[in-house]
Design a protein around this ligand. Structure first.
Ligand code: ADP
Ligand code: ASP
Ligand code: MG
Length: 500
């Protein structure tokens, strides 16, 4: 436990009774802080939580802001100064409007407006440098894309202060120490633990709620990094682990982890409890509700993570724990990921070449490509694997360089890439030992005429994933969701069960 924090707060018992305050890290995503009404709702949620526990808040940028900032940086590189100016004007207006609606005290509003303007001025200078050099480095892109969180955190802290909750906005660069991999930095947990505890323990001890920027870290030299798109979930669990929190709550715009993406499967249902492993599989295979690395930091300590709806805080949400609760039936949820590409390395000449597999995957590792699925077929003489779309171009280029000699001598005949595919994953820890899951999955797909391009099942048997043409992805999800009865019961089913 965060020692200093615990000692202090335990002594602040009411009427002499000793009070032990648990520590919660609460993260609010982009839609949860999307406008002034949303931020007001968030502040109420934090105020209520701060009555019963110590709270560290982690915030994303207001929704859409990070995309606009990245567009501004790309426009600067492309020398489109008009577009950069338009984007910054719109972002200024959005944040000024939020400030005007949320902060009643003239003094606080003026102070916040000044610091907001300083952040915008920094952003414009970064874009100007990019425009002059005609080069957008990953380091500069991180500096620009992180501005959204640096703008939203002080606004949320300001609103909390107006509600009488002492709070302080903190740049996560002061807390989360990462490596120097811009655009997808990895945390250095020991250093982060030291930094975060040293910086936050006295604040927490005094009952102050730190409002920390999500998505951001800094390397050992203090240079700003980002954890990758959607990385604020990861920021929350990194801090949860570093501070030995009792729980992490990820507040978003849906009721929890659902049996499938509700935008694709309208009758998807909220899962009350799910295991770390199941949730991690879903996140890894595209369930946007969690950044793929979210569960890594807290799994060793067994810290529970809740997913809850900031627009409906009375609903229970989903609890993610080490064991999860069994649903008895094996399959718990489905997910799909479409921003991916299938790369094949092959030709008759590769059969019997012992080093092709090794060279293929050391090449993907060298370019730090995220390999999501691997399948080898000896009849097709192919090794095929799937990488995220953003990694595809540099992976194929690196493979073509690696195998240039072999292609010239026709040992390796082709290196191809197909971006028009999707992976669908069927997830459930209890699939292990439940016979027939694969059979039912593939016959449901067959009945809908969905052609399966490749299949992979991990030895853990908590995931069967398969590759389909992108245009068949939705049909695949709907048919497997129906096959395993994952959806909300129909009105007729509900009436039937009431009668019986
Ligand atoms: P935030 O801005 O709060 O980080 P995100 O947009 O990143 O929110 O993630 C929430 C979205 O994830 C939901 O609106 C939903 O459309 C999508 N999603 C995809 N798969 C699932 C799933 N299995 N359960 C819940 N939401 C899902
Ligand atoms: N604002 C960042 C993004 O849009 C991080 C996050 O929202 O989690 O990717
Ligand atoms: Mg997110």
């Amino acid at each position: 436990m965060l020692a200093a924090h615990r000692d202090n707060v335990e002594n602040r018992g009411i009427d002499g009774c000793e009070m032990k305050r648990p520590l919660r890290v609460m993260k609010f995503g982009g839609t949860s802080v999307g406008d002034s009404a949303c931020i007001a709702r968030v502040a109420e949620i934090v105020r209520a939580a701060a009555c019963e526990s110590s709270v560290v808040v982690v915030v994303s940028a207001m929704s859409g802001v990070t995309n606009h900032l990245i567009e501004a940086a790309n426009s600067a590189e492309a020398n489109d100064q008009g577009q950069v100016a338009r984007i910054f004007d719109a972002l200024r207006e959005q944040h000024e409007k939020a400030l005007a609606a949320l902060i009643r005290s003239d003094e606080s509003r003026a102070r916040l407006a000044k610091s907001t303007e300083e952040i915008f001025a920094q952003g414009e200078r970064l874009c100007e440098g990019t425009y002059l050099l005609r080069e957008l480095t990953p380091r500069t892109l991180d500096a620009v894309s992180s501005l959204g969180e640096r703008l939203s955190a002080p606004i949320v802290a300001g609103k909390l202060a107006e509600l009488g909750v002492p709070s302080d906005s903190i740049d996560a660069g002061e807390l989360i120490v990462t490596d120097s991999y811009h655009g997808g930095a990895a945390p250095l947990m020991e250093a982060t633990r030291e930094r975060a505890q040293a910086r936050l323990s006295s604040q927490l001890g005094q009952g102050i709620v730190p409002v920390v920027t999500g998505f951001i870290g800094a390397n050992a030299q203090g240079v700003l990094t980002t954890l990758g798109r959607g990385g604020s979930d990861y920021s929350a669990t990194i801090l949860g682990a570093a501070l030995d929190a009792d729980e992490v709550v990820i507040w978003t715009d849906v009721d929890g982890v659902l049996t499938a993406d509700p935008r694709l499967v309208p009758d998807a249902r909220t899962i009350p409890e799910i295991s770390y492993r199941e949730a991690a599989e879903l996140a890894y295979f595209g369930a946007k509700v969690l950044h793929p690395k979210t569960l890594r930091p807290i799994m060793p300590a067994g810290i529970p993570v809740w997913i809850r709806n900031s627009f409906a805080p009375d609903r229970a949400g989903t609890k993610i724990t080490a064991s999860g609760r069994s649903n008895g039936g094996g399959v718990k949820a489905l997910t799909a990921i479409q921003d991916v590409a299938l790369i094949a390395v092959g030709g008759p000449g590769i059969v019997g070449l012992p080093d092709v597999v090794g060279r293929t995957f050391s090449t993907t590792a060298e370019v730090r490509a995220n390999v999501l699925l691997i399948s080898q077929s000896s009849s097709q003489n192919d090794i095929c694997f799937i990488v995220t779309a953003t990694d595809a171009k540099r992976t194929v280029e690196a493979l073509r360089t690696e195998f240039a000699q072999d292609v010239a001598h026709e040992k390796v005949e082709h290196i191809t890439v197909d971006p028009n595919i999707a992976i669908v994953a069927v997830v459930g820890e209890n699939m292990h030992g439940t016979p027939g899951v694969a059979g039912r999955t593939f016959s449901a797909l067959g009945q809908q005429g969905v052609n399966v391009i490749a299949i992979a099942q991990g030895s853990s048997e908590s995931n069967i994933s398969f590759v389909v043409e992108e245009k068949c992805m939705k049909t695949a999800l709907l048919s497997v969701h129906r096959e395993f009865g994952l959806g909300a019961p129909s009105a007729a089913e509900r009436t039937g069960s009431l009668r019986s």
